[in-house]
Design a protein around this ligand. Structure first.
Ligand SMILES: O=C(O)CCC(=O)C(=O)O
Ligand SMILES: [Fe+2]
Length: 334
């Protein structure tokens, strides 16, 4: 039943019809849940089609995102990302160097060498005490921005809950096992813009990427990409394989905290964004993507899931609070 969305060098990312989990009969639900879990256990990535978020919503959100990035740089900078605790606002190209490095001085060296060619804008849970979102002034094309993004945030939040239900069913847990861990919606909606790049840039600096290799931090990430391409996922043999866009799908990958929660039975796989494969142009057009980073509720304590260990000694990690974990990881990145 399962088709491959991406296949190469020992990496198989399945393409899964999510409507069969949401609306199918019991057998379809179970089979789909198992396929989802298997995708996370083997590739760490899956592609979902037929999700409840409509194509119209999606293109509307991408449009609003493009309008935001058109604002003058000084306006964008007035909404600058400030702290890992807040994790909201605008990051100019080169500001964030997502990487596997945990030492800030190393991060600084890499950033100076070849800054990522991207800018981003983060929106957190609306109403989180002490951490207001940076909503732009709504005039001209930006009228309705807050409503558009808040609505999309909520739809992604619901999709997170549903994907976690599939994981629970796949693992043989109660379908609602994770519900109480993900109901707050301590998630981050990140709008991403990779500006047009002259292909010379990639030639002159062979190490140049649009977003450096990294894994994500939380439970899962819902990734919506446009048709440009450039996303690559690392295979078990260490090669980067193109995760080519498939229209209407959402790429979902497991994050480090879910890997830890699952006692490493689920993989958080390294990925990056590079020059798109259509290399025969002088200028690569801009690329837009939207990543919705999901987390267990910040207040929740995360320790090895039932069924992922037989004895206490098999637990690979100490428990940790979800919020502390994220702040630790973000602190090393910015
Ligand atoms: O833009 C993309 O396709 C990937 C972005 C990403 O991996 C991230 O922001 O963590
Ligand atoms: Fe990522």
């Amino acid at each position: 039943m399962e088709k491959a969305a991406v296949q190469g060098d020992g990496l198989l990312i399945p393409l899964i019809d999510f409507s069969k989990f949401l609306n199918g009969d019991e057998t379809q639900k179970l089979e789909t849940a198992k396929a989802i879990l298997k995708g996370f256990q083997t590739a760490g990535f899956i592609y979902l089609k037929n999700i409840p978020i409509t194509t119209e919503t999606r293109s509307h959100v991408f449009n609003s995102s493009a309008r935001l990035f058109e604002l003058p740089i000084n306006t964008k900078l007035s909404h600058a990302w400030t702290t890992p605790q807040a994790n909201r606002g605008y990051s100019a190209p080169g500001r964030e160097k997502v990487s596997l490095l945990t030492d800030s001085s190393e991060v600084e060296k890499v950033r100076t060498a070849a800054p990522d060619i991207k800018e981003s804008f983060e929106i957190g849970r609306e109403g989180e005490p002490g951490h207001p979102n940076h909503w732009p002034v709504e005039e001209g094309e930006l009228v309705g921005f807050k409503a558009t993004m808040s609505d999309f945030f909520d739809q992604c939040k619901a999709l997170h809950v549903d994907v976690m239900r599939a994981i629970a069913v796949g693992m043989g847990l109660e379908p609602g096992f994770f519900d109480g861990f993900v109901d707050v919606g301590d998630n981050t909606l990140r709008l991403l813009h990779y500006p047009a790049v002259n292909r010379e840039v990639f030639k002159i600096n062979p190490g140049q990427v649009r977003a450096g290799e990294h894994s994500d931090y939380g439970s899962i990430t819902l990734l919506f990409q446009d048709s440009r391409g450039g996303l690559q996922v690392k295979s078990p043999n260490g090669q980067f394989i193109d995760a080519t866009p498939i229209e209407g799908t959402c790429v979902v990958n497991a994050g480090d905290l879910l890997a830890r929660w699952s006692n490493d039975t689920i993989k958080s796989t390294i990925h990056r964004v590079v020059e798109p494969p259509q290399g025969d142009v002088d200028v690569h057009p801009p690329r837009y993507s939207i990543a919705y980073f999901c987390n267990p509720n910040f207040k929740d304590y995360i320790e090895a899931l039932p069924g992922t260990y037989a004895t206490e000694a098999e637990k690979k990690y100490d428990g940790i609070s979800s919020g502390d974990y994220l702040v630790q990881r973000l602190t090393a990145t910015y």
